[in-house]
Design a binder for this molecule. Structure first.
Ligand code: NVA
Length: 326
């Protein structure tokens, strides 16, 4: 069975640690691994807007010796012009891996079912697991560890970043608190999954309505846009209920004295985060953005190394001579 990275808990705790260790090594020596030498092609497909993800995957694939083939989802119209399964079969015959940013998680699961090559989730409505690898790398750099670090995510706790924090943070043994207004809590089954993971790793996972309770003593405070891609028409109605969850200097006085602040970007100063916080001394958002590159390269190296993901041998055609001699 091909190994994919479709959601944060596709990596065991040990595997997550291996990828993060590799990310650290690749940050120190960017050309240390060249598994895509050839060059082998990786398809990088976007059904939603992108900046960091496109730049970091294209740069990363090139640095690994490969060729990044960016596919514009507006042209490909996957699932509309051609089924997800047929697209997967076509891509899988030509490329070494598929990186996809799309809408519902079921789409990327279907891609993985039919591709025969590793599929990487570059953001779906439900998860943003590559961002979390970069976030964990950043937290480890600034806090020296992940285990037992308390991280509070404030904002739309019903969306991809919140779910990914729950699963990836729990895997890393962190105490993960997600906090958002009533009606914007995490999908209950993802919260339960995170709690089950945390029971094994010594971490914890919770949803808190009260942002003050969530931030209390936190080592890391994280936020994200209140209006995720595809939800633009809800922007106005969200503003008021989300206001108490804005990451401001005032709210941060309740976090640990040495708390760091993170944001996957793009950021809306004056909405989910104040300009003084984003541009202030606690903010590690530029390290976080850079680490997308190192963490994703590490993930690709790790995936391509898995025995299940070794290229399948094409059935050998008999040489003409042999056939004639039969
Ligand atoms: N929750 C955001 C993340 C952006 C990187 C979105 O899905 O738009």
């Amino acid at each position: 069975m091909t190994r994919h990275f479709l959601r944060d808990d596709d990596l065991s705790a040990g595997e997550q640690a291996e990828v993060l260790e590799l990310a650290k090594r690749l940050k120190a020596d960017r050309y240390a691994e060249r598994p895509l030498e050839g060059p082998r092609t990786v398809a990088v497909v976007f059904d939603k807007p992108t900046l960091r993800t496109q730049v970091s995957f294209v740069t990363g694939i090139a640095e690994l010796g490969g060729f990044p083939m960016v596919v514009d989802g507006r042209l490909a119209r996957i699932g509309e012009r051609e089924s997800v399964a047929d697209t997967a079969r076509v891509l899988g015959r030509q490329v070494s891996a598929i990186v996809w940013r799309t809408y519902d998680q079921s789409r990327i699961e279907e891609m993985a079912d039919y591709s025969g090559v590793p599929v990487v989730n570059a953001l779906t409505d439900q998860f943003h697991p590559c961002q979390l690898l970069a976030d964990l790398q950043t937290i480890a750099e600034h806090k020296g560890r992940l285990s037992e670090v308390t991280v509070s995510f404030l904002g739309d706790a019903a969306t991809n970043m919140s779910h990914s924090y729950l699963l990836a943070g729990a895997r890393a043994g962190m105490h993960v608190r997600v906090s958002g207004p009533d009606g914007f809590g995490p999908q209950p089954h993802f919260l339960v999954a995170a709690q089950q993971i945390a029971a094994d790793t010594g971490g914890s996972a919770s949803y808190l309505l009260d942002p003050h309770e969530a931030v209390d003593g936190a080592d890391v405070v994280v936020t994200d846009t209140w209006v995720s891609m595809g939800r633009e028409d809800e922007a106005e109605q969200r503003a008021k209920p989300f206001e108490p969850y804005a990451v401001t200097e005032k709210l941060l006085t309740e976090a640990a004295d040495d708390a760091i602040v993170m944001h996957c970007l793009p950021a809306y100063r004056g909405k989910e985060i104040s300009a003084e916080v984003l541009d202030g001394p606690r903010s590690v958002v530029w390290d976080e953005a850079e680490n997308r590159l190192h963490a994703q390269k590490a993930l690709l190296v790790w995936l391509l190394r898995q025995p299940e993901n070794q290229p399948k041998k094409q059935p050998q055609k008999q040489p003409k001579k042999q056939r004639e001699n039969r």
